[in-house]
Write a protein that binds this ligand. Structure first.
Ligand SMILES: *Cc1c(COP(=O)(O)O)cnc(C)c1O
Length: 382
């Protein structure tokens, strides 16, 4: 009787965070601390050999010739658009269901973000929507590989190539993801990665990277991250750039973590498979992975009926979840001047009402997942 009570109490009090970065840190602490000490000892804090080594590793990992370390995923996108000289009068096609940065960088350069709806199963940009959004002003398309699964790149690239439109991949959530054997970031003219702490390869702060196979664009991005310095003549500027440098401390930490990335990705995939099975009897729809895609599960997102009520119950039981994303970008107050109306992109708008991200981080245990599903089952059937 007492044993039963104790078990029940322990079960009830089991808390599962959405992400457990402390668990990850504990598994690599000595390596990380050594790397940090190495940078402190060098007193060389921006760019330099740590950043160059990380760039080399990530270029190879993304199947690209060049990689340029920058200050964030947002700045990777911004710098990419600047390298392509996108500005006032230009239009850039983006999904309306993504993290704000994808569209924010377009607006910051004075160009117009042109929103497109998503596909209901993958949450990625709908190629049919892209096709009908193209105008003679369209300079670029930014497909986002949302939650860790690549967008329909054959379709996007076909639309772009027939009209000389640039494709910039927003691979912030998709490092290591594959589309028909090709790595995320390496399919467009430029690919953008984020090292924000919650991403699959997360630093101890902000960081990002641009990957590309284009030597001229690589050189331009390299210059732009340093105020547009000439490569061989500092303090001479052919372009107006910014301060988009990556810190050596971040690069050193990321180099350590990079060696574990594949194992962590596989652990995320194992956890996703477990959820797929455990959630099958529930009236929730899990992620759909298209044939030919290798999904890296930065987020494991389900569609839940009565999402807000269910989330409140799950939160009260100590389970960490989040909503990516609660409001489509076309309905954000800052884009009101673009004149969009509710109902314009119904697939995205419906997703904002139904999606819920569950914990899927690599260190998550089977017992924790069973507990998450048990709590979710109770919440859904209330
Ligand atoms: C995280 C993220 C970004 C921005 O990356 P930061 O490093 O946070 O600036 C851009 N796009 C998407 C889809 C993201 O998830």
């Amino acid at each position: 009787m007492l044993g039963w009570l104790r078990r029940t109490r322990a079960g009830e009090s089991m808390k599962v965070p959405l992400l457990d970065l402390k668990a990850q840190y504990e598994s690599i602490r000595p390596e990380v601390e050594q790397a940090i000490q190495r940078v402190i000892g060098s007193q060389a804090f921006t760019l330099g050999p740590e950043v160059e080594a990380l760039e080399k590793a990530l270029a190879a990992y993304c199947q690209c010739r060049y990689a340029i370390g920058v200050s964030s995923g947002t700045d990777a996108l911004l710098c990419s658009l600047m390298a392509l000289e996108i500005g006032p009068g230009d239009e850039v096609i983006v999904p309306t269901f993504t993290f704000f940065a994808t569209a924010g960088v377009v607006a910051r350069l004075g160009a117009k973000p042109v929103f497109v709806d998503i596909e209901a199963d993958t949450y990625n940009i709908d190629p049919a929507g892209v096709e009908s959004a193209v105008t003679e002003r369209t300079k670029a398309i930014i497909p986002v590989h949302l939650f860790g699964q690549c967008a329909d790149m054959d379709a996007v690239l076909a639309i772009a190539q027939s009209r000389s439109i640039h494709v910039i991949e927003d691979a912030a959530q998709a490092i290591g993801a594959e589309y028909k054997g090709r790595r995320a970031g390496g399919m467009g003219r430029l690919g953008c990665l984020s090292f924000y702490p919650t991403k699959n390869l997360g630093g101890f702060g902000d960081g990002g990277m641009i990957v590309t196979n284009d030597a001229d664009l690589a050189a331009r991005c390299r210059s732009l991250r340093m105020h547009g310095f000439r490569a061989d003549e500092p303090y001479y500027h052919d372009w107006v750039g910014g301060c988009f440098r990556l810190d050596a401390l971040q690069a050193a930490v990321l180099r350590v973590k990079f060696d574990h990335l594949e194992a962590w990705t596989q652990a995320r995939q194992r956890n996703a498979r477990r959820y797929d099975e455990l959630l099958a009897p529930l009236p929730v729809a899990g992620p759909v992975v298209r044939p030919g895609n290798r999904m890296v599960y930065n987020l494991y997102v389900v569609r839940v009926p009565e999402r807000d009520r269910v989330r409140a119950a799950v939160t009260a039981a100590g389970i960490g979840t989040n909503i990516y994303y609660p409001l489509s970008l076309h309905l954000q107050p800052c884009f009101a001047h673009l004149g969009h109306k509710p109902g314009e992109f119904p697939v995205a708008e419906r997703a904002t009402q139904e999606v819920l991200a569950l914990p899927v981080y690599p260190e998550l245990t089977a017992a924790q997942q069973q507990h998450v599903v048990k709590v979710l089952t109770e919440a859904v059937s209330e």
